[in-house]
Design a protein around this ligand. Structure first.
Ligand SMILES: Cc1ncc(COP(=O)(O)O)c(C=O)c1O
Length: 524
């Protein structure tokens, strides 16, 4: 052991005269399989949290929250060392605590961290690298700290470039937690207590071909992309009639909070055409779905065709594998309009050398470990296995997805497609008992959503499928079992009449599950 390390472990020695080397810091980090000590007993953590953390900051599993002490790959470990399979966390993109990412961050942190007003190689390398993954028009990069900051900047860029005021978004969209973004997030502003829709915001129907305005059932064989795009055109025309000017069309390239929605072919092609004709620009929010999650291409908007080129792309979550780093990519023309406003863009932490080193390391790992291809293979396998379950269990109405972005729409009846909300909550609760973390989303919270770390394996798929099979069988054998676990909140939302019903009562960025188990059930 080095002198520095011994000194620190024993809490002796003069740290100033014995600078800690990078390798020493690396050595000190909790090892993957070593026990990590709790600082507080779980009840004490709960009590302190209750007292000092704002109640709006929700926990997964409200009544029996998990205390996670460490994580590696696709697994998380609680205070007792119990391992949970993580099917939710698209932030830990290349696997929790990936050693290469940790190393890149710690090494850079030991040398320099400062703002982007100094020249540094990390920021320009990262910017160049990100632009190389994009259509060549998107050549200018702004580094920020979160998906919300990225989208807020995108709004400013759009307004500066178009001089427009109005924004078109998709129903059920969530684009971030800043005031500007709550305004363009129906998932939030349509809640009880939300401020409702602003005049400058126009909400287009979510292009959900399973339970949206136009479905495969009501419009078989029709060009669904065009039908839904024409709804955007109608909004543009309506805005023009009122003398308003469109600034941007803002959309996730696959809608996550809307219930794992895959945009129908031709949707973006037509929408982008209409928006450009109206003088607006198009923003692709890739905060959840970028960086190869869809299993080739690298960005989800590219699924709609090589000719689809947004004017702005925003990204975040997976970019730092848990470290806060995000970005906005745009064209020279849009960036020039922003520069022409004369207002400097300064962001204290955006583009700092540590964040950039981490983001570059994430991209290295994606490449080195072939994770894009892996996401495709494992994602296809997951969808195939879910398809087998669908043949066996009537509750599965629809299985949809690309790569490791997969949704399972649970229904009370395949005929009516009535959402099975309570059932979805029950499934999530039962899976938790088998140490699997899964969440649900969509306006009715009846869509089980898979967005695991990209290192998720076929063995993990087999395990989840086996447990899902048991839970569905158990529900078929004993429908009353639901009453043991379903929550009052979720039970409320079962009629499928209001597109806002569930979201209004429960929306939580799709990442929070309530559970109020009334009786301990045996594991599946
Ligand atoms: C699609 C989308 N955009 C933006 C955001 C905001 O990102 P952040 O929480 O990093 O601010 C989120 C977060 O959930 C998101 O899902």
């Amino acid at each position: 052991m080095t002198k520095a390390l011994t000194a620190i472990k024993n809490n002796t020695g003069n740290h100033k005269s014995t600078p800690l080397t990078v390798s020493a810091w690396f050595f000190l980090r909790p090892q993957r399989n070593s026990p990590v000590m709790e600082k507080l007993k779980k009840e004490e953590t709960i009590e302190l949290r209750r007292r000092h953390i704002g109640e709006s900051c929700k926990l997964f599993f409200k009544t029996s929250p998990l205390k996670i002490l460490r994580a590696a790959g696709q697994y998380m470990y609680d205070e007792n060392g119990t391992r949970y399979l993580d099917c939710i966390n698209n932030v830990a993109h290349v696997g929790h605590c990936h050693p290469d990412v940790v190393k890149a961050g710690t090494e850079q942190m030991a040398v320099l961290n400062t703002n982007s007003r100094f020249l540094h190689d990390n920021i320009v390398h990262l910017a160049e690298r990100l632009t190389k993954t994009m259509p060549s028009k998107l050549s200018v990069c702004y580094l920020v700290n979160s998906g919300s900051e990225a989208n807020d900047l995108a709004l400013r860029l759009a307004k500066a470039h178009t001089k427009g005021t109005d924004v078109i978004v998709m129903d059920h969209a969530y684009h971030g937690h800043l005031v500007s973004l709550i305004d363009i997030s129906p998932y939030k502003f349509n809640m009880p207590g939300g401020e409702g829709k602003m005049d400058w915001v126009h909400v287009a129907p979510c292009p959900d071909v399973y339970r949206g305005k136009y479905t495969d059932k009501t419009h078989p064989g029709e060009d669904m992309g065009l039908l839904y795009a024409n709804e955007v055109k109608a909004l543009i025309d309506g805005a023009h009639k009122q003398g308003r000017k469109i600034s941007a069309f803002f959309a996730e390239s696959l809608q996550s909070c809307g219930g794992q929605i895959i945009l129908p072919p031709n949707y973006l092609r037509n929408v982008y055409k209409y928006v450009h004709e109206a003088g607006g620009i198009c923003v692709a929010d890739e905060v959840q779905v970028g960086f190869g999650r869809v299993g080739d291409p690298y960005w989800a908007f590219q699924l709609q065709g090589d000719d689809i080129v947004p004017d702005i792309v925003t990204m975040g979550k997976p970019m730092g594998n848990g470290h806060p780093v995000a970005a906005v990519l745009t064209t020279k023309e849009v960036a020039q309009s922003f520069t022409d406003t004369g207002i400097e863009y300064f962001n204290t932490y955006g583009g700092n050398p540590v964040s950039c080193a981490i983001a570059s390391a994430v991209m290295d790992v994606i490449e080195k470990e072939g994770l894009v291809q892996h996401a495709r293979e494992v994602g296809n396998y997951l969808q195939d296995r879910l398809g087998e379950l669908q043949k066996k269990h009537q509750i599965i109405g629809d299985v949809r997805g690309v790569g490791l972005f997969v949704g399972v729409d649970l229904v009370k009846s395949r005929e009516t497609r009535e959402p099975a909300t309570s059932e979805a909550q029950h499934v999530i609760y039962r899976l938790k008992e088998s140490h699997i973390l899964l969440s649900s989303d969509g306006p009715y919270r009846n869509v089980l959503k898979f967005k695991p770390p990209m290192v998720f394996s076929k063995e993990d798929v087999d395990f989840v499928i086996k447990c899902l099979d048991s839970v569905f069988s158990e529900m078929e054998d004993d429908p009353l079992i639901l009453s043991l676990t379903c929550t009052a909140a979720s039970a409320k939302v079962t009629n499928g009449e209001s597109s806002l019903g569930a979201a209004k009562g429960n929306a939580s960025n799709g990442d929070i599950e309530d559970d109020t188990p009334k009786k301990k059930l045996k594991l599946c």
